[in-house]
Ligand binder design. Structure first.
Ligand SMILES: [Zn+2]
Length: 152
């Protein structure tokens, strides 16, 4: 597989504003890899992608795959909103900010799908998985733990 040109990347994700700082992150989506910037100097991760490490100001930041394990840190349930591919507000639609296993405070926000998505709660263990949205891969989470907060 040849690397996608910038023009091809923009074509594949027409609804997303691609720029120099985030293009590696979105190329990762198309390979179903969640690539977050990690600093080679101090090992600190950050997201959203910036050209310089917010911890030590090094520009040696490298898009690096995360393991995909995490814990729900914040959660909202949308009952209305703009029409979006694959979004059903009647269920309602969960939006979760997930604290990733790599680092305290490293968080990624998406939805939760699959068994248990309707009653997912803050503190639940989740793992990264992928769906298709608008014809392109889209990172989401599914519950990986046996119990939710309401069952403990
Ligand atoms: Zn750094």
């Amino acid at each position: 597989m040849h690397p996608l040109s910038d023009a091809e990347l923009v074509d594949r994700l027409p609804d997303i504003l691609i720029n120099h700082d985030n293009k590696a992150f979105y190329r990762g989506w198309l390979e179903r890899r969640l690539l977050l910037n990690r600093c080679l100097q101090c090992d600190t991760w950050h997201h959203p992608p910036k050209p310089v490490c917010p911890e030590c100001w090094s520009d040696a930041v490298v898009p690096t795959p995360v393991c995909g394990e995490g814990t729900v840190h914040l959660l909202i349930r949308l009952r209305q909103g703009p029409p979006a591919d694959g979004v059903d507000y009647s269920t309602p639609h969960p939006v979760a900010t997930v604290e990733l296993a790599e680092q305290e405070g490293l968080r990624y926000t998406s939805t939760v799908i699959g068994d248990g998505a309707a009653d997912v709660a803050i503190g639940d263990s989740v793992r990264l998985t992928w769906i298709e949205r608008n014809g392109a891969p889209y990172p989401v989470f599914e519950r990986s733990g046996a119990s939710s907060a309401s069952e403990r």
